[in-house]
Design a binder for this molecule. Structure first.
Ligand SMILES: Nc1ncnc2c1ncn2[C@@H]1O[C@H](COP(=O)(O)OP(=O)(O)OP(=O)(O)O)[C@@H](O)[C@H]1O
Length: 257
């Protein structure tokens, strides 16, 4: 099927430790996506993405000037860069919340077919109870359980479905509930670890994670560095880490002079 490679669910996850941060998670729905990981079909891709906003005074402000990136399927990539360089805006464009002024965006999106039966991932009758299920072993107070369940459902855009019976959800929505379950269970060890775990599980989830924290790079398969509305460099973690540290050293060296 021609559209078999285009199947997937994408979600914006807000990081509870830093609500300004967000991650784009793309969950392919067909194992062919995974098998095709050596082929040039990415999970998330942007080519020459530009976006300008018009201020209240009518000034056209370029926010994204030339952004290109590519996240292979089944991998966790990180998007880094200084404050205000355009990371969140780029993520919103990739997620389809904002239209680019120019350039192209490709994200695996839900289509008509789910290969891995999501009914195997959801075990309780309602969305809320399903997400709470995995917390049973953690000996948490009822308030803590409620808080984790609503936070994780909110993170995957499913909070308004909390009372819905599972069987009334679409395949993609069931997959989001499964991700929310993983996030709820893992909030102590950090959402980044939960996302890493989801991404590692058979390579069926791909994620793009926005962060300022270099230490989070250890969870990533690769990273993209942005500056002033442009993607500057994309590569493996060690290359990007060295690149950023060199920049920081130059910056601090400048002040020592
Ligand atoms: N609608 C808008 N109107 C005016 N300026 C905007 C708008 N959206 C974004 N910007 C500006 O575009 C730039 C990029 O913003 P964005 O939030 O994408 O940066 P960021 O890299 O995520 O920043 P941070 O790391 O501080 O969260 C900022 O200077 C921001 O003020």
């Amino acid at each position: 099927m021609a559209h078999a490679f285009a199947g997937g669910t994408s979600a914006i996850c807000r990081c509870p430790h830093d609500p300004g941060r967000a991650a784009l998670v793309s969950r392919p729905r067909h194992r062919l996506c995974v098998l095709a990981s050596s082929l040039p079909t990415p999970a998330i891709e942007g080519q020459g993405v530009e976006l300008s906003v018009t201020t209240r005074r009518g000034r056209v402000l370029p926010v994204l000037k030339d952004c290109s990136l590519r996240v292979p399927p089944g991998q966790l990539w990180m998007l880094l860069g200084p404050n205000g360089c355009g990371k969140s805006t780029l993520l919103k464009v990739l997620a389809g919340f904002l239209n680019p002024s120019s350039g192209t965006v490709y994200i695996n999106r839900p289509c008509s077919y789910v290969f891995q039966n999501p009914d195997h991932q959801v075990v309780m009758p309602t969305v809320e109870s399903d997400v709470a299920f995995g917390l049973g072993k953690l000996n948490l107070s009822l308030d803590e359980v409620r808080s984790r369940v609503s936070q994780s459902l909110d993170a995957v855009g499913m909070l308004s479905y909390s009372q819905r019976p599972i069987q009334t959800l679409s395949g993609g929505q069931k997959q989001r509930v499964a991700i929310a379950g993983a996030l709820a269970e893992a909030s102590k060890m950090g959402v980044i670890k939960a996302v890493r775990k989801s991404v590692g599980a058979g390579g069926e989830v791909s994620a793009l994670w926005v962060t300022h924290r270099l230490e989070e790079l250890r969870y990533a398969d690769g990273a993209i560095y942005m500056e002033d509305g442009q993607t500057i460099i994309q590569g493996d973690v060690s290359t990007i880490s060295k690149y950023i540290k060199k920049k920081q050293a130059r910056y601090f060296g400048h002040f020592e002079l």
